[in-house]
Design a protein around this ligand. Structure first.
Ligand SMILES: [Zn+2]
Length: 245
């Protein structure tokens, strides 16, 4: 199991103490727990940001007390990360049985950790259906998200879907244009709307890879971005090693 830092434990306690969703009729009445980020929490090469968790995630049930992981039990997101090469092929065996348990959650977290990846969601408050969160909900959760970015300090952020991307950057873009430019070699990134900590965090937009998103374009964007964000890490490691000479 990946040990959490005191700052992360404190953030997770505050997320669990959130009462915003209990007073909002849109959300479940305390039967579901909040989602927590998972993976490498110490300057990972990539922080993936999804939108919001739903009751489809078995790790959010109040009957489950193990590690919570975004999209646990939903293989489509994991399959695309495996296909692009962010995660190893062997991880697919986790999704063979429909029943979920903590052993599987811990395996996902350990693989994320080893691959220098961190997975989280913009909105931590759970909802029963896959509904788009309103402005108030996003504003409330952005405070958690800022703290999470400061603690994790990712080298790059990949936002799945326009709403998480806009919420982080305040940039209005057309994903189709970004996709087109990226395929023609323009791999420009965006920055967080507010500078957090000592760094200007790079944010890359991507289609949501499942359901109402666009799997093929998400695959193409992730494939193009993978070499870019992994190269970032290699460069940083090389710099650190050089300082010893
Ligand atoms: Zn909440």
């Amino acid at each position: 199991m990946v040990n959490k830092s005191p700052d992360m434990e404190s953030l997770n306690r505050d997320i669990d103490s959130c009462t915003f969703c209990r007073s909002n009729a849109l959300f479940d009445n305390g039967e579901l727990r909040h989602i927590l980020g998972a993976g490498q929490e110490n300057a990972p090469s990539v922080m993936f940001v999804l939108m919001n968790p739903t009751a489809r995630n078995p790790t959010l049930s109040h009957k489950y007390s193990g590690e919570r992981v975004s999209y646990a039990g939903v293989s489509s997101l994991w399959r695309i990360l495996i296909k692009v090469g962010f995660l190893p092929q062997s991880l697919l065996s986790i999704f063979k049985s429909p029943a979920w348990d903590d052993k599987r959650s811990r395996a996902l977290v350990e693989h994320l950790d080893r691959a220098s990846l961190y997975l989280t969601e913009l909105v931590k408050c759970p909802s029963r259906q896959a509904e788009t969160p309103d402005t108030q909900t996003i504003q409330h959760n952005l405070a958690f998200m800022r703290r999470e970015i400061e603690i994790v300090n990712p080298r790059s952020i990949i936002a799945f879907g326009l709403l998480p991307f806009y919420s982080l950057t305040r940039q209005r873009i057309v994903l189709g244009d970004y996709h087109e430019k990226l395929l023609h070699g323009d791999d420009s990134h965006f920055h967080l709307h507010e500078r957090i900590g000592d760094y200007h965090h790079k944010v890359y937009p991507c289609y949501f890879p499942t359901g109402r998103g666009n799997y093929l374009r998400a695959f193409e964007i992730l494939k193009a971005l993978r070499s870019l964000v992994i190269a970032d890490v290699t460069d940083a490691k090389a710099e650190v090693q050089l300082t010893f000479f």
